[in-house]
Design a protein. Sequence first.
Lengths: 459, 342
Amino acid sequence: MKLSRYHVASPPVLDHETGEMQRVIFATRSAEPRVVSAALWQLIESGELDSVPMDVLNELVDIELLVPDDEDEAAVILQRNDAAARDDDNLYLVIQPTAWCQLGCGYCGQEHFQRRLNPDHQRRFLERARAKLAAKPYKTLELIWFGGEPLVGISVIRAMTPSLKALAEEFGVIYHGRVVTNGMLLSDALATELVRDLGVGYIEVTLDGIAPYHDARRHTKKGGATFDQIYANVVSLARRDDLHVSLTVRCNVDRRNYEGVSPLLRKLAADGVQKRIGFYVAPIHSWGNDAHLESLTTEEFAEWEIRWFVEMIELGFNPSLIPKRRPIVCFAVQPNSELVDATGELFNCTEVSYVPKYGIPNQYAIGSLKDGETPGKRAVLASFNERVRRGEYACHTCRMLPVCGGRCPKLWLEGITPCPPPKFNIETRLLLRYAQLRLAASAPGASAGSRVAAAANGA
Amino acid sequence: MDSLFQAAADAYRNGKRNQRQPSAAATGRTFDHLLSIAVAARLSRDEQLLGRAASGARSRALKAARNGQLDIARQALSESAQILQSGVLSAEARLFLKSFHEAVAAYLDFKRGDPDLARARVERALAADCVLISQYGYDILELHRIQLGHNLMRVEARFGEPQQATAIGAALLSYTEGDNSSWPFPRFGDGARPDHLPDELAEAMVIQISGELAILLAGKPAEETVHLLSVALPHIEGIATDRCNDHLLAHQWLRAKWGFARQAWPAFFENLSDLLRDGLADAPLLWRASVADLYVACEALDTDGAEALRREIAEDVRAWPRVPEPVRAVFARSREATAVSI
Ligand code: SF4
Ligand code: SF4
């Protein structure tokens, strides 16, 4: 057996309770972290497995930190990823009900115009959904309402949801609706309707910092401020006990607003919603434009992200520190997933429709509702794993591949390296998680048992 | 008769309130533990670790196959196959891994609807077990051998050979209870010592085999059930082996089912009461299959008490977790398909 190349080891840290130097090891193949003594790690790293107790070795095999000597690991991970994409039992469909958005965000690459998905297109899309459900035994139908601003097209959501839910019921699959919104229209009444009547269980709203930062970039098309209204909607929804919905705030960050993140965290905490929402910060990438030129470098972002994590933990948020397995990079590689824009064009990516730079017809379009899919077009993005396999991208040799998946097929294709922050701060994330668990375990009221468990299981 | 029905109804109500958890996982752990002791005594550390990696791959394959994700299952199985090719494995270690690999591969073929390939693979696994048991002393693999026999029974049941399946099932029951001569696959019987099986593992296996019979017979017309089940008559009468009486649950179910099929209601209700009273923890499938029979009996009884119980069961069933389709179908078919009269 050999040490898997897919691992990360934190720097050694002194455990004050045991007096031992420890490391947190993260097997990215299984996304499982473990705490081991620095001495033991030295033996494992140098291949002196005969000196390692058998029960420890068994555990390391179970989490795939040790793998067969002759295994081509990259090939195995990519084959697993391919199989996961083909076999996914969740049918993932995205609808852009409208091409319009009230906001004029500086970094947005879309060109908005007044158009809604018309009834004929709605009918054709439902027919496609039916054919997909009939072709394969899915367990869930995940429907994402995306923009433009999807809530501007609420009439389309209202018109289509009963048929989508009926389809799900007909095929015995569970229906999950999600909305990605700017939050402007997310009033109490509309949130209630979305959740109770329109099958929405997840809502994501973007806030780019507190008002001065947010309003400088996420303003209306005429330049009007939007923060107060969106923030009020978010807090109001977060406080509601009568609606079962996951609410996440996304904060897009570049050089111009990264200092607005901490004040936003503090504001949300002061309003008491930190335990009721998810929160994550996302670096701004190119959206077929030059938005990425204002980005922090990934290394800078990664450093800031750790500070935000610490602050979030202190304020009572529950940040996701340890990446999970990501066998499906995104819906671009799922053979049956698709997005329809408000004009009836079909895509297998969320960031390409309405983007002028991609031309007319859009170079990424995979077809249209009228004519169906154009042979070969889906593969432009869907063949991503194949290109990784051929060694065209750094993912081929990257230890994070199992938990990253390669991040973004489109950006790689456009010559932009999309590596996410964990590539640069995973060691610190591991230590942070370890510290978090140790602190929780030694808090008043934690039992000796939970302390031991925390130490044994680490992050 | 009324009092026997009432006793069965009370037993059902008592049983459904009993929240003990199923104990099958604990049995699995016992088997894994005994197997790991056997392996530790015979294989090198390297081989044991490779074996563990292969076992992980097989578990993933099995989980995916059960979930209907056959591409993921195939991929995981190919990782197990890759380990089988490893040059560092001794002949013994390779044979050991091969037995378990072929068993999972057979399940994949079974799910893909290829009975011939599934049978062939189970037979390869059985052949490997024979050598491992008789030449290398892996007594604990006796359980695996019976499990493989049970897998063949499933193949026959699923692919339209119910008579063959029940015959295998009845023979496996006798064999698991220690009767050497009953092993239904003589080509793969080398080193047979079923009497060496630890009691709790034999008990679990007897329940598993009966459970398979229960799925096979669920919803079948009375006459066909009698015809198929007659092969297990010695077990129903408790005279098949010396240990029939040790495996109470399975034999209670057999007797209840026999009573149900022959419309011998006193025997049905009496055995059913004993089976249902303690809840489903020890034999969830037998418990639920018996409730399905009770449900059908209630429909036929046509009394207020029976109707109340029928409604109660119908309501309870809605909260049942995944149950094999033939058992669930009994409730779906309900009244119009009732083939019995009381
Ligand atoms: S995108 Fe970057 S971090 Fe992700 S697998 Fe590829 S190289 Fe690694
Ligand atoms: S290709 Fe990139 S931008 Fe497009 S959906 Fe996938 S991750 Fe998103």
